[in-house]
Design a protein around this ligand. Structure first.
Ligand code: BV8
Length: 241
């Protein structure tokens, strides 16, 4: 693991306002497959092909099978040290907002309170037509179900090609941020990935924690390469313990 940059440790210790953008790499060490990693493919389907309204319209049973598989997977795993390190930052810094692309709910299970789920939540079930949530369905939806309005029930996540309502809330959390952490994301999905440069342009130092470089790395102030289950707890230990 790269030595932690002392300037980064100092920036974290001194920060009064922090924002975090996380992606699937945050949950990888819990055993949740990432979107684009070697284990990211599901039954020879490309997840990004299944995470669309078109795929759902075409074959709701297949898409529900994909989401039920992910729900079962997430129900069987636990948050990891990286989720807990981000909750620790939230407890120690006067203002910390965690903006996640993940829909797995593991940050909530780790105790996160100031969390923005940009892409929704895997366990939410809403009507495709009227968007009304259904809370009376089992966690594993056995077969396509219908809303009283006649619409088909779908997972309450944001699919590719769908607008990201929570993006405005995420933007509003950026002004005055001293330090912006980009954690476990390939920085390919928009508009989520744009938050890092917006934070940088509004004066934040930006640090990336990832296994490998991303399209953002060259523009950022710090890059810590290694598994976030190790690098984030190490940063917390260096800054606060
Ligand atoms: C929108 C919810 C407009 C669902 C997700 C061309 C055609 C069509 C669309 C587009 C296009 N070009 C751009 C777009 C827009 C599109 C987009 O960005 N596409 C990309 C792929 C090119 N974006 C959209 O469609 C968005 N909407 O633009 O709407 C609009 C506006 C108004 C009105 C109508 C429409 C909506 C995007 C949201 C899609 N939904 N998720 C679900 O989960 O099922 S996105 C999905 O990808 C997940 O949320 C995931 O989190 C996210 C991003 O991926 P990552 O999290 O980064 O995961 P990935 O596997 O890629 O990377 C993991 C990283 O972790 C890697 O870097 C790896 O090295 C690292 N890692 C792994 N293990 C570790 C680790 N790092 C450290 N430690 C480890 N242990």
């Amino acid at each position: 693991m790269a030595e932690l940059d002392q300037d980064l440790v100092d920036a974290l210790r001194k920060a009064r306002k922090i924002a975090v953008l996380s992606g699937a790499g945050l949950s990888a060490e819990s055993g949740v497959p990432t979107f684009r990693g070697p284990e990211g493919l599901w039954k020879n389907h490309d997840p990004t092909e299944l995470a669309t309204a078109e795929a759902f319209r075409r074959d709701p049973a297949l898409v529900w099978e994909f989401y039920n598989w992910r729900r079962e997977k997430v129900l069987s795993v636990e948050p990891n040290g990286a989720h807990r390190a981000l909750v620790d930052i939230e407890a120690r810094v006067s203002e910390c907002t965690h903006i996640t692309q993940n829909v797995d709910g593991l940050s909530q299970r780790a105790g996160a309170r100031r969390l923005i789920e940009l892409h929704g939540n895997l366990f939410a079930t809403i009507c495709f037509d009227c968007r009304r949530p259904r809370t009376d369905l089992p966690e594993i939806v056995p077969h396509p179900s219908y809303c009283e309005c006649g619409g088909l029930m779908r997972p309450g996540v944001v699919w590719f090609g769908e607008s990201v309502p929570a993006f405005e809330t995420a933007l509003a959390a950026l002004p005055g941020t001293d330090l912006f952490l980009v954690v476990g994301t390939s920085a390919l999905v928009q508009p989520a990935a744009s938050l890092a440069m917006i934070a940088k342009q509004s004066g934040a130092h930006v640090a990336e924690f990832n296994l490998e470089p991303t399209p953002l790395t060259a523009s950022l102030d710090f890059a810590v390469h290694g598994p976030v289950g190790t690098t984030l707890p190490a940063l917390m230990a260096a800054a606060f313990h």
